[in-house]
Design a protein around this ligand. Structure first.
Ligand code: CS2
Length: 485
């Protein structure tokens, strides 16, 4: 097996797009998974190629599993992105990663990199659960043992701990201002991360926290961003196909849809890559972009995932081709999500919705319902609850958001302790012996995800219970009929 790296690429007569000798590291990225590789790393490479400024090489930090490090590090940080779907371009080798750090094994190296004066931007794709926030309050979960250990001064293993300790090192060294850019699907992701770092500082003993907070307030910005690209998990078959196309074995290969988007709040504390020259949109008001994407795309995705699992669909595209599921997601978007939103200026809501539905239907992508269904306890809040609230506030019944929540509850009840979720043990512990709607729904309403006023509103819990019963009856025709009503 001839594995992709700088030497093998050279031997095959190709060279990386960027001149690696002139590359310097200016970005630290936490969470070097597939999404980062197909999105942030591509934008950063394109920005360097467009401007010729090669001071934005990325130090890619891997998260919890050692697997990602084993994929990237032996390949000199090189990996390929293969697009699938109409309009897909040729597979490309991305060369913007200059260094791969194993976050769990080498946390002090991560702190050191963030503290390096050459670092001016820290980006994060650590997924919703990576922030270790309480789903209801959004505050740092100080009861989490990993957060506690980081606060007690252990080499930090949580993302917020690594950022906070890295910033502390910058403060001590006077290493200069830095921007910390969350690229995860949370509304107000930058503001939230800033608040979590402040929570971390507040929980430090004595004056240590005050000093850090003051310095962060003066020298660090946390811009909000909206990121978008559908990136399925790479399968062993994908790796073989990519090997055939590249002529080299790429263990870090990623597959993605052709579409990509990045809207970034123009609020940087220091210099940054010219991501706009790679197609990113800079604006003063990211909120409407984030909320529109979360409530339309991500909420629709979650509905298709949970309903798809109940209906026996393996992929999102299969589910999007199911008449009943397609109608449900269409109605969620048009009847509840779009009316709840303040759309970004210039965005045509129905046209946006159609483009999202077309992307769900991309049959080449192989995005699995199981993958999108993961970590529901962290996703329901940002994706569905603002819509639920908006419909309730208008005196209506959030029928389609309730369907998504009911399908999630059914998934949790069916999977039991095997559910892929950071709250798996809590959720499984809440499940009653009997898995009927009247038993399950009230229990999961108390999982610490749904705010009290929503749980107390029969206009929400009523339809959730009703949909749960229908899903649980496993009568596809009856479910389809109800959706068509
Ligand atoms: C998906 C997202 O897995 C999920 O929860 O909804 O990862 C989605 O594919 C991306 O946000 C698209 O930008």
């Amino acid at each position: 097996m001839n594995r992709l790296d700088l030497a093998s690429l050279g031997r095959s007569g190709r060279s990386p797009a960027l001149d690696r000798k002139s590359l310097r590291t200016g970005v630290v990225h936490l969470g070097a998974g597939a999404f980062f590789r197909a999105h942030t790393a591509v934008y950063t490479e394109d920005a360097m190629l467009a401007t010729g400024d090669t001071s934005w090489g990325i130090s890619a930090v891997t998260g919890r599993s050692a697997r990602v490090w084993e994929q990237l590090a032996p390949q000199d940080g090189l990996f390929s992105v293969t697009e699938r779907g109409s309009g897909s371009g040729a597979a490309r080798v991305v060369s913007s990663v200059t260094e791969t750090l194993a976050g769990p094994r080498d946390p002090l190296a991560v702190v050191e990199r963030i503290g390096d004066p050459g670092t001016r931007v820290v980006t994060l794709t650590v997924t919703e659960k990576g922030y270790r926030a309480d789903p209801l309050t959004g505050r740092l979960d100080l009861g989490d043992p990993a957060v506690r250990a980081d606060l007690d001064g252990a080499p930090p293993l949580t993302s917020v701990g690594q950022v906070a300790r890295g910033l502390q090192l910058r403060m001590l060294r006077d290493a200069g201002p830095v921007s910390v850019v969350s690229c995860d699907n949370l509304s107000g992701n930058g503001d939230r991360l800033g608040a979590l770092v402040a929570d971390f500082a507040d929980a430090l003993p004595g004056s240590e926290g005050d000093r850090l907070r003051t310095w962060v307030g003066r020298s660090v910005s946390f811009p909000n961003t909206m990121v978008d690209r559908m990136v399925p998990a790479t399968t062993p078959e994908d790796l073989d196909l990519v090997e055939g196309a590249l002529g080299l074995r790429d263990e870090a290969a990623v597959i993605a849809e052709p579409f990509r988007q990045w809207v970034v709040e123009d609020r940087f504390a220091a210099d940054r890559p010219r991501w706009e020259s790679a197609g990113a949109l800079f604006t003063d008001d990211v909120r409407p972009w984030e909320e529109t994407k979360l409530r339309v795309l991500n909420a629709g995705h979650s509905l298709l995932a949970y309903l798809g699992l109940a209906l026996g669909h393996r992929t999102i595209a299969e589910c999007a081709a199911d008449t009943a599921a397609a109608e449900a997601v269409h109605r969620l978007i048009h009847e509840e999500a779009l009316p709840s939103l303040r759309l970004p200026g210039g965005l045509d809501g129905p046209a946006y919705a159609e483009s999202v539905l077309a992307r769900f239907a991309n049959p080449a992508l192989g995005h699995t319902t199981a993958k999108v269904a993961a970590d529901g306890s962290q996703k329901i809040g940002p994706r569905l609850l603002p819509t639920v609230r908006a419909v309730l506030d208008g005196g209506g019944e959030p029928r389609w958001s309730a369907l998504a929540v009911a399908a999630w509850m059914h998934h949790v009840a069916t999977a039991g302790p095997r559910v892929e979720d950071p709250l798996a043990a809590t959720l499984a512990g809440l499940l009653p012996d009997r898995r009927r709607a009247a038993d399950v729904v009230p229990r999961l309403m108390g999982a610490g995800i749904f705010p009290g006023e929503v749980v107390a509103d029969a206009l929400f819990t009523g339809p959730v219970t009703h949909w749960y019963e229908l899903i649980d009856a496993a009568d596809t025709r009856a479910l389809g009929k109800e959706i068509a009503l």
